[in-house]
Write a protein that binds this ligand. Structure first.
Ligand code: ZN
Length: 299
């Protein structure tokens, strides 16, 4: 099967083969591509990037189902993107699953990217935790919780913590509110506070007061968020995914030193988690309503 992971910066895609028994160990990535998300081309540019990525890995016998993980809030029942980041222009209220099914001529399901990552980290783990909470910190802030139990979409929740109020009358958010957590806990926030064009520069420049402060703000916002998560959800594990997980060597030790929280770890499956999680969810009947379709369990 084919899957894609649509983010504000890149669209990743993979051709995946799965054994007869669809256990995680049987999932193999046969082909992988990554293309730039052409946000500057507006909606049409992003849509083209998605199609290009998917077609780039599709072989003749491959695609009986396509599973897409995407940034933004997704309606599980019909695959419509309810809310999207500004880096995916025109995706608000976009019937992503319907449009891709038509364009590709193959049944296509769409899942929120943090949910897909959480599904992957939870089910692909060597030892499955009682519950797994994944925070994806990248262009935006994603959050999803998977509870162990039946292998089922009902156990997966998009928490949307990124739009919780964090600072009264703070920075304006893409959702229309002010002071949302995402405006303080994301790559975008770090770059804004540091005045740099890359996160790496912001986290490594120890000679700049602005960069030092940006890092301090980031760690403090994360500490606040972890505390909130523990009080409200008490998950067995908290995993950090997204772009900031790939740069964990630049900040994670400092976070432990300052705030403790040894239960916070970087996600293990890194940038493949969205792809594998979307595939796993599609092949195990996690989708409901219009997205369920017929015969999904028999793909
Ligand atoms: Zn918001």
């Amino acid at each position: 099967m084919v899957c894609a992971d649509v983010g504000g910066t890149t669209v990743k895609s993979a051709l995946i083969s799965v054994g007869r028994v669809r256990i995680p160990q049987s999932f193999k990535i046969k082909k992988f591509t990554c293309v730039q998300t052409r946000s500057d081309g507006g909606f049409a540019g992003v849509r083209e990037s998605v199609l290009e990525a998917i077609k780039g890995v599709t072989s003749e016998d491959a695609a009986d189902i396509v599973a897409i993980a995407t940034a933004g809030e997704v309606n599980w029942d019909d695959g419509v993107v309810v809310r999207a980041t500004s880096s995916l222009p025109g995706f608000e209220n976009y019937a992503f699953s319907d449009d891709m099914s038509d364009a590709l001529g193959v049944r296509t399901v769409v899942i929120n990217d943090a949910c897909a990552a959480a599904v992957c980290e939870h089910y692909f783990a060597k030892k499955r935790a009682e519950s797994t909470l994944v925070l994806t910190i990248g262009t935006g802030l994603g959050s999803a919780l998977v509870k162990d139990g039946r292998i089922d979409g009902d156990n997966v929740t998009d928490l949307e913590l990124g739009h919780r109020l964090f600072v009264e009358n703070g920075y304006e958010c893409r959702c229309g509110k002010r002071g949302c957590l995402e405006q303080y806990l994301s790559a975008t926030a770090i770059k804004r506070d540091a005045g740099t064009s890359t996160v790496k520069e912001a986290l490594t420049n120890t000679g700049s007061e602005k960069c030092i402060q940006a890092k301090r703000n980031f760690l403090s916002a994360l500490n606040y968020t972890v505390g909130m998560i523990e009080r409200e959800f008490s998950p067995a594990e908290i995993l950090i995914g997204g772009g900031l997980a790939e740069m964990k060597y630049l900040w994670l030790e400092e976070f432990y030193g300052k705030y403790g929280h040894p239960e916070v770890k970087a996600a293990k499956l890194g940038n493949k988690a969205g792809l594998l999680g979307a595939a796993y969810a599609a092949l195990n009947g996690f989708f409901k309503g219009k997205q369920r379709g017929k015969g999904v369990r028999n793909v």
